[in-house]
Design a protein around this ligand. Structure first.
Ligand code: PEP
Ligand code: MN
Length: 348
């Protein structure tokens, strides 16, 4: 349930509602809005009786939340969330491009690619320091040395950096260096990692599990918001299907569904969906056409010698073309597409 407070509700009235919620054994979560405060009622088993709260001073409405995810849903939070990373806004009205190699391999490699992608129009740099690899014999990433190189890239280019956290044990370390902490497809339902991300003060990029439904994905995001971190960016990266023409199948139908269900920003990673370079530009165009808020793309200046995911990495020149094309598509759509078909309106 969502308790919607009157615009003129005083802090004391809000506090009294929180106390009333907690006295029933529920958890209260304040959700500041543009004009008014709403309070989510969490941890209830079974329906909540609205009449318990409707008569309290300052309460305007009590709305049942029909979705299993609450804090990530538009029912609870109709306005789009905009995540701010070092002055870069991610979310509705903004086109965010994150690019870089799959893995940080050396300082020279990272800086070379960073300069290329920044020149082409990327606002954020990506690169894995801890790599989740299918084979234990594959390059596992440079670890902390990779994080230090990322810090160097940020200092040299001014671009905030996105990097993956693979486990609970290294979370503190990754959190120290990253501007956005990525949780990868393999960890989408690593609940202790999600809970730790919920306690982080850094934005979290939550990739969709390769076999996850949209509901499972949003429930994973719910763990992070429930833990107290509202800065979550969702990332569609393809799901496992029976096809062989691509590594995964990019599920672009997820984008309009997520935009309708959730206020969180959603971007698309066409690189890990495709697994091959020739599909990355067309899938990027399509991603922006379905109104995703941005892209995360793998780029390498020497993909033939990349230590991971060379086959799907774009050459810098191709990435430049990609940026030019998607900016045109973004501009055709207008940079403020009404992405939520059925916003929940609260009557005056
Ligand atoms: C990545 O972005 O480096 C990555 C490993 O992606 P995913 O978790 O989507 O496979
Ligand atoms: Mn990769």
């Amino acid at each position: 349930m969502l308790i919607v407070m009157d615009k003129k509700a005083t802090p004391q009235e809000i506090e009294a509602v929180v106390t009333a919620i907690e006295s029933k054994g529920y958890t209260a979560r304040s959700i500041p809005g543009g004009e008014r405060v709403s309070i989510g009622v969490l941890n209830n088993e079974g329906p909540v009786d609205a009449s318990l709260f409707m008569g309290l001073p300052g309460v305007k409405d009590a709305i049942p939340v029909t979705r299993p995810y609450k804090l990530v849903s538009r029912e609870v939070h109709p306005e789009d969330t905009i995540v701010d990373v070092g002055g870069i806004s991610i979310g509705n009205g903004h086109l965010t491009i994150i690019a870089g190699p799959c893995a940080i391999e050396s300082e020279a490699q990272a800086l070379t690619i960073a300069k290329h992608v920044r020149h082409a129009g990327a606002q954020l740099f990506r690169g894995g320091a801890f790599k989740p690899r299918t084979s234990p014999y594959s390059f596992q990433g440079l670890g902390e040395e990779g994080l230090k190189i990322l810090a160097q890239v940020r200092e040299t280019t001014g671009m905030p950096v996105v990097t993956e956290v693979m486990d609970f044990e290294t979370f503190d370390l990754v959190e120290e260096y990253a501007d956005i902490i990525q949780i990868g497809t393999r960890n989408m339902q690593n609940f202790s990692l999600l809970r730790r991300a919920g306690r982080s003060h850094k934005p979290i990029l939550l990739k969709r599990g390769m076999a996850a439904t949209i509901e499972e994905w949003l429930m994973a995001a719910e763990y992070i918001l429930e833990g107290g971190n509202a800065q979550v960016i969702l990332c569609e990266r393809g799901v496992r299907t029976f096809v062989h023409h691509s590594r995964n199948t990019l599920d672009l139908s997820a984008v309009p569904v997520v935009l309708k269900e959730s206020h969180l920003p959603i971007i698309v990673d066409p690189s890990h969906a495709a697994g091959r370079r020739d599909q990355v530009i067309p899938l990027s165009r399509a991603s922006i056409a379905v109104a995703a808020h941005g892209l995360m793309v793998e780029v390498h200046h020497d993909p033939g010698n990349a230590l991971s995911d060379g086959a799907q990495s774009l050459y810098p020149q191709q990435f430049e073309e990609l940026c030019d094309q998607i900016k045109k598509i973004f501009n055709i759509l207008g940079n403020n597409v009404d992405r939520c078909e059925a916003p929940i309106s609260i009557a005056e």
